[in-house]
Design a protein around this ligand. Structure first.
Ligand code: GZL
Length: 314
């Protein structure tokens, strides 16, 4: 009887300590505008499940006001930590100050925030958007010997992904006087807008015969561009080259089919590193590097098929 009592007490103690360690994390996600974003959300949810973390997830449909509302709600619910994937860079300081006053740690994921006080978040876990733009431009300038008229499909205006990719790409092509972006417009990182905007651009360019390449800030817009190029009677990936970012499965399939030429990868698996930071913080670590960089490969016809096999994608 005594042993049974001891066992029950131990089990209860383990149960309490496990509950005491079980945390609740709020995640203010941008939306579900792209395949990459969906993979990112699914990865964070799966990682939380694996770690026994209760995740409160908010999809802001790409609206900052919805994200800010979600963060305020997480604060009111006294969550143990908050993850934010900011849709645009500006407008975050007030709500981050509210989280700090509530003593709730914040981790920024993916895109960046523009704040004057960087103590308002523990760290940012993200790729280097400028490097992504440089890598796309380097491939294109080499492929075209530095002679190319480009149509650019920009991501969300004011997002650090669009700003960084544009900066990196433009700085790289600046070295090639006969490579220029002849039209540039946002297509909001979506496939539908990518098709719609490119149709308009091709019409404005007399059908696109003078266009050498499309620079799309993400694969969704590149996949929309493929449809527009085909409807204009041209061959995507051949008559008009396409360089892009994200390396989602559909883009790798398009590379294998010869319809996209390059996609620069960024990992959607940001949840694990984020939860590690939160654990370290709760264990007493207070200072973190302000940017934990996530890398990725460059996929072309040389390696896209092998990557699809590695991912177990048919
Ligand atoms: C980049 C991320 C971008 C992706 C798009 O890290 O913010 O947002 O490239 C997504 O697919 O919409």
């Amino acid at each position: 009887m005594k042993d049974l009592f001891k066992t029950l007490t131990l089990a209860a103690a383990i149960g309490i300590s496990a509950t005491a360690n079980a945390i609740t994390v709020g995640f203010a996600q941008v939306g579900s505008e792209s395949g990459w974003r969906t993979s990112f959300s699914e990865s964070v949810k799966a990682e939380a499940e694996k770690r026994g973390i209760t995740l409160k997830f908010s999809d802001a449909q790409q609206k900052q006001e919805n994200q800010i509302k979600a963060v305020r709600s997480f604060i009111a619910q006294r969550v143990d930590a908050i993850l934010i994937a900011p849709v645009v860079e500006t407008g975050w300081q007030p709500v981050l100050m509210e989280a700090k006053r509530a003593r709730i740690p914040v981790v920024i994921l993916d895109r960046n925030v523009s704040v004057t006080d960087h103590s308002l978040y523990l760290t940012r876990i993200a790729p280097d958007f400028e490097v992504e733009g440089q890598r796309a431009a380097s491939w294109l300038t080499e492929k075209t010997q530095g002679k190319c008229n480009i149509l650019e499909l920009q991501g969300t205006v004011g997002s650090s992904a669009a700003l960084g990719r544009m900066k990196g790409f433009n700085e790289t092509i600046a070295k090639f006087p006969e490579t220029k972006i002849v039209r540039s417009q946002t297509a909001e990182f979506t496939r539908a807008k990518g098709k719609e905007v490119l149709e308009t651009m091709l019409k404005a360019e007399g059908g696109g015969k003078n266009i050498c390449a499309i620079w799309a800030h993400n694969d969704e817009m590149a996949l929309g561009a493929i449809q527009a190029i085909k409807e204009a009677g041209l061959k995507p990936g051949k008559d008009i080259l396409i360089v892009s970012v994200d390396a989602v499965d559909d883009a790798l399939k398009a590379i294998v089919a010869g319809e996209i030429n390059v996609s620069v990868e960024l990992s959607p698996h940001l949840g694990g590193p984020a939860f590690d930071v939160i654990n370290e913080y709760r264990g007493g670590k207070k200072e973190f590097d302000k940017w934990i960089r996530m890398g990725g490969a460059v996929y072309t016809a040389d390696n896209a098929a092998a990557e699809l096999t590695k991912r177990g994608v048919k």
